[in-house]
Design a protein around this ligand. Structure first.
Ligand code: NAD
Length: 351
C-alpha cells in the first residue's frame, strides 16, 4: 500500500480533487499551511464522504505545515515509509496564486512557489517518489494572440506569479531530463477554474480578499450588492472586457484523476496539458449569465486594468482530451448555479 501526498489539499482545487481521490479509495496525506484555507475543509470532505455509501473510501490524514520547511517535510516522508505506506505520488497544489499580489510581493511568490517546490522535489527524490502532478497555469503563455493556446504555443510569462509557474515547469523539465526513466510528471495548465461541488458543501473559500471573478461576485451579493469591479473596459475583445476559459471545478478535479491514471499506466514521461473547456466567455457575459440563471442582479463598475492582467486566455484542449480520455462536461449554467448554491443555499458556512 502507498500514500498520495496532496500539498495545499484544503485549498479550492485541492479540496475538490481530494474528495474525488478519496471516493476512488485512495489514501491521502494532505499537507497545508492553511495560509488560504481552513481546517474546517476536513470536516466538509469527511461529511461528503460519509454520504458515499459504496464503502471503498480512502483514508484522509492531515498535517499542518509549510512546504518550505525541509525538516518537517523530510520527517513526514520518513514517517510514512516506516509505516509501510510510503508516499509514491504527489499532487502539488500548494502555492500562492494572485497575479496582482505577486506584482507587489514578488519575493514572497518566488519563495513559496519556487523554493517550496524545489524543497518538495528534493525530498521526493531522496525518498524514491517520482510521480508528480503539478498545478501550472495558462498564464505562462505569451499573451499576444486572440486564439486558443496549444501546449506548444510560445511561453512568455508577463507577471511574477506566471514566472514562478514557468520556472517550476522548467525545473521539472530539467529534472525529467536528468532521469527520464524515473520521473512521471504532468504539468496541468489550468485555465479559469470556477464553480463548486454540486452539494454546495465545497467551493472557493479564500481567507484573503477575493481576487477571482466568482468569489468577487459572491462577495458583492453577500455585502448589500457592493459594486463589483470589472478591471478594464477597453481590452481588444468583443465587449471590451477580458475573455477567459471558465472550467467547472469538478471537471478540473476529474482531469487530475485522469492524469494520475495516465502517468501510472504508461512509461515515465513528462506531459504538459491544457485543462480548459476550449470556449471563451467575457466577464460581462459571465455577469449576465449569472444574473439570468440565479435570478439576481449584480451591480458593477469599471476600474483600471490590473497590473499583470491580459485580455484573452482560452485553451485548445484537444490534446488533453485525447491523452486523458477526459472531457469537460459541465456548462456555464452549471457553474453559475453551483456557485450560487455554494454561497446561498447551503447549511450555514463554517468559516
Ligand atoms: P488556494 O489558495 O485555494 O489553495 C492553495 C492551498 O495551498 C491553500 O490551502 C493554502 O493554504 C496552501 N498553501 C499556500 N502556501 C503554502 C505553503 N507554503 N505550504 C503549504 N501549503 C500552502 O488555490 P487554488 O485555487 O486551489 O490553486 C491551487 C494551485 O493551482 C495553486 O498552485 C495555484 O497557483 C494553481 N492555479 C490556480 C488557478 C485558479 O484560478 N484557482 C489557476 C491556475 C493555477
Amino acid at each position: 500500500m502507498s500514500t498520495i501526498l496532496v500539498t495545499g489539499g484544503f485549498g479550492y482545487i485541492g479540496s475538490h480533487t481530494c474528495l474525488e481521490l478519496l471516493k476512488k479509495g485512495e489514501n491521502l496525506l494532505i499537507i497545508d499551511s492553511l495560509e488560504n484555507s481552513s481546517i474546517n475543509i476536513k470536516l466538509k470532505i469527511n461529511n461528503l464522504l460519509s454520504k458515499n455509501n459504496d464503502n471503498k473510501n480512502g483514508k484522509l490524514v492531515f498535517r499542518k505545515g509549510d512546504i518550505r520547511n525541509k525538516i518537517w517535510l523530510k520527517n513526514i516522508f520518513e514517517e510514512f515509509k516506516l509505516l509501510e505506506i510510503p508516499i509514491k505520488t504527489v499532487f502539488h497544489f500548494a502555492g500562492l496564486k494572485s497575479v496582482e499580489e505577486s506584482t507587489k510581493l514578488p519575493l514572497k511568490y518566488w519563495d513559496v512557489n519556487v523554493n517550496g517546490t524545489i524543497n518538495l522535489l528534493n525530498i521526493m527524490s531522496e525518498n524514491d517518489c517520482f510521480n508528480i502532478i503539478f498545478s501550472s497555469s495558462a498564464m505562462i503563455y505569451k499573451q499576444n494572440i486572440s486564439k486558443p493556446f496549444k501546449e506548444n504555443s510560445e511561453l512568455s510569462p508577463t507577471n511574477p506569479y506566471a514566472f514562478t509557474k514557468f520556472t517550476i515547469e522548467n525545473i521539472l523539465q530539467e529534472l525529467y531530463s536528468s532521469a527520464p526513466h524515473k520521473w512521471r510528471i504532468a504539468n496541468l495548465r489550468y485555465f479559469n477554474p470556477v464553480g463548486a461541488h454540486t452539494s454546495g458543501q465545497l467551493g472557493d473559500n479564500p481567507t484573503k480578499r477575493p481576487a477571482n471573478l466568482f468569489p468577487a461576485i459572491i462577495n458583492s451579493l453577500q455585502n448589500d450588492n457592493i459594486e463589483l469591479s470589472i478591471f478594464g473596459k477597453d481590452w481588444p475583445t468583443n465587449d471590451g472586457t477580458c475573455v477567459r476559459d471558465f472550467i467547472h471545478i469538478m471537471d478540473l478535479a476529474n482531469a487530475h484523476i485522469a492524469a494520475n491514471d495516465l502517468l501510472i499506466s504508461e512509461d515515465p514521461q513528462l506531459l504538459s496539458l491544457n485543462i480548459g473547456t476550449g470556449f471563451g466567455t467575457s466577464v460581462l457575459e459571465i455577469i449576465k449569465t449569472f444574473e439570468k440563471v440565479n435570478n439576481c442582479s449584480i451591480k458593477y463598475k469599471f476600474d483600471q486594468r490590473r497590473a499583470g492582467d491580459v485580455p484573452f486566455i482560452v485553451a485548445d484542449n484537444s490534446y488533453a482530451i485525447k491523452r486523458l480520455n477526459w472531457i469537460p462536461k459541465k456548462s456555464l449554467k452549471d457553474i453559475c448555479r453551483d456557485t450560487w448554491n455554494w454561497a446561498f443555499k447551503t447549511e450555514i458556512k463554517i468559516n
